[in-house]
Each structure stands twice: as C-alpha cells, then as structure tokens.
Design a protein around this ligand. Structure first.
Ligand SMILES: [Zn+2]
Length: 214
C-alpha cells in the first residue's frame, strides 16, 4: 500500500519534460507501481497539451522548409540496442532496464558504517543513486539546494515528515531539512535522484559529505 506520492509540481514538470534523467527514471519507476500517480500524471499531460494549444503559432522563417529537409539528409545517429529486462518484485521495470531485476547482485560500494551505494552514473546535473542502509542507521541531517526524490524499494525509514515504506516516494524541495533513519530490523534500499548536490548540515554532515557526495 503506497501512501506517499509526488507533488503536483513534480508531475507538471515531468509533463513539460523539465526533469533530469535520474528524476525521470525515478518518476517512471513509481508510476509503474502507482495507479494513483499514473492518473495524475495523465491529467498533468492533458493540462500541458491544452496550454500548448492556446499558444499563438510563431511565424516560420522563409528557409525553414529547406533547413528541415537538409536535416533529413544528415546521417541519423544509430539507435543503440537496449535489451528489455523485466522488473522484479523489488525493482520496477524502468529501473530494471538499467540495473537488472536483482538488487543483491549489484556491485555495492561501502560509504562508511552501515551505508552502501550504487551510482547509476546517468550524467548531467545532480545524481541518481541507490542507497542501502543498515537497520538503525540514519543518513546525516541535510537540506537540499534543489529537489530530491526518493523511492523506497526495500524496507522502510522514518524522518521528520513521516514513515516511508516500499513504493512510497519522498518529494522534497530546498525548504525541507530531514534526517531519515531506518526504523526496523531490516535494511532499507532506496533510489535517490537529486537535481543539485545535497547540503549536509551539522558537524556529522560536514564529515560525511565528501564520502557521500550526493
Ligand atoms: Zn503515487
């Protein structure tokens, strides 16, 4: 049962195509599991379409047709073949396309006591990583310069906002300062996408920043 969903602003930004690759991946992963957000994402796309319809068309330059035709003559980039990988109970299909369906099979890297990460290396601004957190471990208190999306794949955590379980998303902007802590005897694995580096606060945070580097 999913109880935390995206903000409207996030779904509108997705409909406008204004998301980093990592954030799009996280959103598509949640949509894969969440009928409620699928419906809202569809509505956001309809609103965007209506706004586009109301725009006054810009006049075309005289040579528009010839420059478009010239583009057709250029060598088209060869599409890279992407094997289709099905999702699993823990990995929604959009994410499985990149990492496979088995979280335990990833080459996790230790980041200090009780924390491991796997960087998806998507490039561009921000970051997109999987974090694997041992029971009772808390991520240092931090705020965000930009937005941060988190989706839980295994286990659960609690923070100042509430309790987040499998499938839930935390949709945070730069006004939120929080300190998630894994709240059962099971580890927690979550996908995190940011559009700017996290800002750690407090001395523990400053110490952890170079290691975490989110
Ligand atoms: Zn949802």
């Amino acid at each position: 049962m999913i109880s935390h969903h995206f903000d409207d602003a996030t779904l509108v930004a997705r409909a406008a195509g204004a998301m980093s690759e990592g954030m799009s991946l996280l959103i598509d992963s949640h949509l894969h599991w969440c009928k409620e957000c699928q419906e809202r994402a569809w509505q956001a796309e309809q609103i965007g379409g209506q706004l586009l319809d109301q725009l006054t068309p810009a006049e075309l330059l005289e040579d528009s047709l010839s420059s478009v035709l010239a583009l057709l003559d250029e060598d088209a980039p060869v599409a890279t073949f992407k094997p289709r990988v099905s999702g699993s109970d823990e990995v929604p299909e959009p994410l499985a396309q990149l990492i496979g369906g088995d979280l335990d099979a990833l080459p996790w890297r230790g980041m200090g006591i009780g924390l491991q990460q796997y960087d998806l290396n998507l490039g561009g601004a921000g970051a997109c990583r999987l974090l694997r957190i041992k029971p009772g471990v808390s991520v240092p208190h931090h705020t965000h310069k930009g937005n941060e999306l988190t989706m839980i794949l295994r286990g659960s955590y609690s923070d100042d906002i509430g309790r987040f379980c499998k499938g839930d998303v935390a949709d945070l902007d730069d006004q939120v300062k929080h300190q998630p802590i894994v709240d059962t005897e099971h580890e927690c694995i979550c996908l995190i996408a940011t559009d700017a580096p996290l800002q750690f606060t407090g001395i523990m945070g400053r110490l952890a920043q170079p290691f975490i580097g989110l």
